[in-house]
Design a binder for this molecule. Sequence first.
Ligand SMILES: [Zn+2]
Length: 231
Amino acid sequence: MSNFAQMLDSLWVVQDLDQQILALKERADKAAKEARHANDRHAKAVAASGAALQNLAAAKAKQSEIEAEIKRLEKRVRQLEGDAAASSVDAVAKHRAQIDELETLGLEQIELVQALEVALVQSKQNAEAEQLKAAHQAEIAAKEADFVAKAMEPLARTMQEVGATIAPEVLTTYQSANGRWPGKALCRVVDSYCEGCRAEINQQHVVRVKARAEIIRCPHCLRIHDAPVSK
Ligand SMILES: [Zn+2]
């Protein structure tokens, strides 16, 4: 086997390592993403709980206003009742009608306050539940990151060793193709088609790929073409 063919064989090993590294990174990324989402849900639940508290405070303020207005009108009615003038009798009737209206409103407001109190308790419970979930996801993400970092070590070492057996310019070309097609920089030509992009490859190109004496890239997708014995 020529030196170049050996180098191409080594490139397949590098690609295999890159695939393992990619899978590990995806695993860590997925856990980190889930942790971020859980954090977002917690933040939203906290905001909703804050909003529920504000709604309740506003409803209670409104209730106090209604009660104060009723008291004010009742006081006025007591003052007017001591007065025998006809205009006062009319005013008393008018105030009493207003008081009735406000009392109805006040009852509705009490119901609203009670409903908002229930909503506040629920939103607080929800925020607490989301906090627990977020903490749990953060723990998983930390464990995954730890696992991935440990699993990466031997892969990086092997990558270093294998990389040292490959000519720098060949490795650079591979890395460029790998940047474009992560974990899929190398591929075969099968029945005159690029295995990567399915484009048709001419016979002259196929012959050069089979010779395994130089880097041959797909003219369409720029993957590196090879005809390894084992693949
Ligand atoms: Zn291609």
